[in-house]
Design a protein around this ligand. Structure first.
Ligand SMILES: Cc1cc2nc3c(=O)[nH]c(=O)nc-3n(C[C@H](O)[C@H](O)[C@H](O)COP(=O)(O)O)c2cc1C
Length: 275
């Protein structure tokens, strides 16, 4: 039963003054609205069975044609987490979180099935097959993330896994046709180094259109969001940087891709020709 006229915890933090009135909410939405990335963890071990619960949640995500073109490598060995943390650009939380999940776009299983059946898998080298695998992996990972947060665990995605995809693939012994698209740190947030609060997102009017895309109101909406984000950063003792500034910095130069400007070559070498 939807809880109507609810004020979800996290809603005002998520949108500040642009918070919509939610006529519908429930415990799942409340939990999603309170998401924040966690980058400092205690060493506390996860309760037994947590990994299996997260993977069950992940496997319950929709998957294109039930092809299930993703896999996950759970890394708990501290030495391997340390090496992955270096490959991710020295991100300490990768070494510190007790569990690191490497989410894999995985066409290798399909490739092996084709070999077994003696069937040339003509569609596998196409960009479409790669996209399908990346989408499947992302949907699965986000289900696991939502499940982890519902259990009181903290998480942070690690796109830094794409800085050196070939070394990451070698570290995890991935077969041809498998690539880590991102990682996920999982653990208990360290109360001594609290994570930033719920980060405000763009107002819904910037991302939600009715019937047709419309940018006419965008400049004013983004200017307002720049202010909101700066206010949030000041509250969190972070360097204030508007969203417009962030996006032009992050996407304004190939250098800001941290080596990922070579990603296409690496993806091809890992077994995805992207025809
Ligand atoms: C695919 C993906 C890759 C990410 N990669 C990193 C990363 O390498 N390191 C990191 O600290 N955060 C990473 N993040 C976390 C984002 O920075 C974070 O989600 C964003 O700033 C919004 O903050 P919030 O998650 O607290 O709401 C990544 C997030 C996503 C979705």
């Amino acid at each position: 039963m939807p809880d109507t006229n609810a004020r979800s915890p996290g809603l005002v933090e998520r949108y500040r003054e642009a918070a919509p009135a939610l006529a519908v909410s429930n415990a799942v939405i409340d939990s999603l609205l309170q998401h924040r990335s966690v980058r400092a963890y205690t060493q506390q071990a996860l309760p037994p069975g947590t990994l299996e619960a997260l993977v069950a949640a992940a496997q319950s995500a929709a998957t294109s044609s039930n092809l299930q073109t993703w896999s996950v490598v759970a890394v708990q060995d501290p030495a391997r987490r340390e090496r992955l943390s270096v490959l991710a650009g020295n991100q300490r939380h990768v070494a510190e979180a007790p569990l690191f999940l490497a989410w894999i776009a995985d066409l290798s299983r399909a490739e092996r099935r084709g070999q077994q059946a003696g069937q040339p898998m003509e569609a596998l080298p196409y960009l479409e097959a790669f996209m399908l695998a990346v989408i499947d992996a992302a949907l699965a990972a986000q289900n696991a993330t939502a499940a982890a947060e519902s259990l009181g665990l903290g998480t942070v995605y690690i796109g830094g896994m794409r800085n050196h995809p070939e070394q990451v693939a070698a570290e995890l012994a991935l077969p041809h046709g498998a690539m880590v698209v991102f990682g996920l740190c999982v653990g208990y947030a360290d109360p001594a180094q609290p994570a930033a609060m719920v980060k405000p997102r763009l107002p819904q009017s910037a991302v939600l259109f009715h019937e047709q895309y419309d940018v006419s109101a965008e400049p004013g909406i983004i200017a307002g969001y720049d202010k909101t984000l700066r206010a949030f950063q000041q509250e969190q003792s972070m360097k204030p940087q508007g969203w417009s500034e962030l996006i032009t910095k992050r996407l304004g130069s190939a250098k800001a891709l941290s080596g990922r400007d070579h990603l296409r070559d690496a993806v091809t070498k890992l077994g995805f020709p992207l025809k």
